[in-house]
Design a protein around this ligand. Structure first.
Ligand SMILES: Cc1cc2nc3c(=O)[nH]c(=O)nc-3n(C[C@H](O)[C@H](O)[C@H](O)COP(=O)(O)OP(=O)(O)OC[C@H]3O[C@@H](n4cnc5c(N)ncnc54)[C@H](O)[C@@H]3O)c2cc1C
Length: 386
């Protein structure tokens, strides 16, 4: 039995794994976190939305399992009778397509329906009827998750995992992991920047966008790096009744948040690694996002940018999917990283499955996401990356 489990990274992936190890398997892990303010962690800066509209069955399965967990999160993560509140709301995602994009929406919907997702295809007239504020003249098709998709308070979920893990015996340490000791295909210890050394029966790399340098110490090349994503907070004088999370054919997305809206743009090829987070690209908003938003929703002509923030996607350049499971060449080393913009929603299912894998009681659902696919050059491309 793995008793001394060391997890590097206390974001939502590390916290969820620690929580399920402790709660479901009685294993009290040590979680090392170098910045206990989590100021630059993806888990603090997420848009925290959840969908079933993926192109890969494993992503649909993980998001479905996570959704079921989020719906009963108050019972799952209560501590001393105090239930967390994450404000889950389910207005759906609406993917829009021109003629060129319609075949992909159709084939994705087949995959999603086979997996039990409630995804419905709508022609322009049906789109206009359901959301009269939407401009549809250039559209051929929309794909809407009528149930099981929406958004929630991601930082609240992160804290709830952390709190539950601690209540069940996990230790969260303010420490930066700098060196991994190995022997005979095992990670044996983790050394910190202050020179402390922690013995490891099992080791979990959950350092988000910064996982690659530590994996490299184990001879594993993880193609993950920090890519900045800007999120703009908008005010619009007009309400948009029933507004889901809308993805324009250009990739620009928006959704309601409180009395306003959030909006952003998809990753671009050639974005630099880890630019400063304070350098918000307001030019991107003026020149690209606003024209797209105002063409799609004429009421957005009158919008105002209230504020903006940026965070890093832990971008997996190999195939834009999570890397979760054993690290090749080691019998006791695992990772959960590289979720490329869909890690918040999958943390409940991934954390639970990874804990089962470490405890030796399950976790087979993660098999398609095992990092072994990189060295074997078997990409699992996710077509729907936002
Ligand atoms: C703008 C934005 C929007 C997003 N929108 C969504 C969305 O709508 N839906 C969704 O599902 N996901 C979304 N995501 C992605 C999601 O937030 C991430 O996938 C998820 O939070 C990743 O969690 P993590 O624990 O792997 O990484 P993190 O939260 O980054 O945690 C990793 C932690 O490891 C620590 N660390 C790093 N190196 C070391 C070390 N050597 N020693 C100790 N600690 C270390 C870091 O300090 C950090 O706290 C979004 C992300 C961003 C940035």
């Amino acid at each position: 039995m793995n008793r001394d489990v060391v997890i590097v990274g206390g974001g939502v992936m590390g916290a969820a794994t620690a929580c399920f190890l402790a709660r479901d398997h009685g294993i009290a892990a040590t979680v090392m976190e170098r910045d206990t303010s989590y100021a630059r962690a993806s888990s603090s800066l997420s848009a925290s939305s959840i969908r079933q509209q993926f192109s890969q069955p494993v992503n649909i399965a993980l998001s479905q399992a996570s959704l079921a967990f989020l719906r009963r999160v108050g019972d799952e993560l209560a501590v001393d009778g105090e239930a967390p509140h994450i404000g889950l709301t389910e207005p759906g995602y609406l993917y829009l397509a021109s003629e060129a994009g319609a075949p992909l929406l159709r084939s994705n919907q087949q995959v999603q329906q086979t997996a039990g997702a409630d995804t419905r295809l709508l022609d322009p007239a049906a789109l206009r009827q359901q959301w009269p504020w939407l401009a549809v003249q250039d559209l051929a098709l929309g794909s809407w998750g009528a149930s099981g998709e929406g958004w929630f308070d991601g930082p609240a979920l992160h804290q709830a995992f952390r709190r539950k893990a601690i209540a069940r015996g996990a230790r969260f340490l303010a420490a930066e992991a700098v060196q991994l000791a190995t022997a005979g295909g095992r990670v044996t210890a983790v050394a910190t920047a202050e020179g402390r050394r922690f013995q490891a029966d099992a080791f979990v790399l959950a350092a988000g966008a910064w996982s690659a340098p530590l994996a490299a110490q184990l001879g594993c090349a993880l193609p993950v790096s920090p890519k900045k994503r800007d999120v703009f907070v908008l005010d619009c004088p007009q309400a948009l009744p029933g507004c889901p999370l809308v993805i324009d054919p250009s990739g620009v997305w928006f959704r309601p948040e409180g009395r306003g809206f959030l909006a952003g743009a998809p990753p671009r090829d050639g974005d630099p690694d880890e630019p400063p987070l304070h350098a918000i690209d307001h030019g991107l908003f003026e020149e690209h996002l606003w024209p797209v938003l105002a063409a799609r929703v004429p009421a957005f002509e009158a919008l105002r940018v209230r504020s903006a923030w940026a965070g890093y996607y832990e971008m997996n350049h190999f195939d834009h999917n999570g890397l979760a499971g054993p690290l090749p060449g080691y019998v006791n080393a695992y990772t959960a990283c590289g979720f490329s913009g869909h890690g918040m929603q999958q943390a409940p299912a991934v954390g639970q499955a990874l804990a089962a894998l470490i405890a030796g009681t399950g976790g087979a659902v993660l098999q398609p996401l095992f990092p072994a696919r990189i060295a074997e050059n078997r990409p699992l491309w996710e077509a729907n990356v936002i």
